[in-house]
Design a protein around this ligand. Sequence first.
Ligand code: SF4
Length: 257
Amino acid sequence: MCYSDLAETIYIYGGLARMELNTISIRYEGDFDALAKRLRINEDCEDEFREVYEDCLKIARPKGVFTECSVSQEGRETIVGGRRFDSRVLSMNFKGLSRVFPYVISCGRELYDFARATEDPLCRYWIDGISEAALRVVGARLRKAVQETYGLGHINSVNPGSLRDFPLSCQRPLFDLLGDGPDEIGLELTPTFLMLPYKSGSGIYFESEARYENCMLCPRIDCPGRRMPYDEEMLAVYGIESPQERPQSVCGRAPYA
Ligand code: SF4
């Protein structure tokens, strides 16, 4: 199935099960006015910004990988494609489901390498902003591709590192579920479970009629990426302890969680 100029489907073998990996790679078309507004570009630097923007558009190839995995519950643990997760959020959200859809997305190595090779901090900041916009676009495209590929209705995502209950260390088993897919799109997991390029995202999509956002269980204050109010009652529904204090730091997914 083709979603873009470079999409492909790869089959890999994990144990006895055949796993289908779908990759997506798109051209980022950009939106100059929206980016200029978000990055507060004024008349004095508009020409310089336009030059950087056009260079970015020439090379930008944001990418993603997704697959389908079986899911089951065993006591406290949720087993996704043979990997075990001890998470209330996963066990509650995946209850009654037989399959879920791990994925990763990235702005692409092209923009990341361009930013790293740029010495001017202001230009690097602009490239980061453009990379983040490219990530949002490929994220939306991948979400649609997951729905179309597997014939799904409304889907939600859980993301490692967004909540203490589903910590960043869960990146390792999530990456394992995607086999060589992350490598093939130039996405690297560091020993501390951060992703390179930095403008990347990961998670597991699951089908559900009700809307779910990590943000409703997340106590962080002043988060620019918040998409739902924090709801203490939902913590009780999910069986998660109330935090002692509300930190100010934001999760790795914000503001494109
Ligand atoms: S986007 Fe912000 S509010 Fe939402 S889960 Fe991440 S840190 Fe929490």
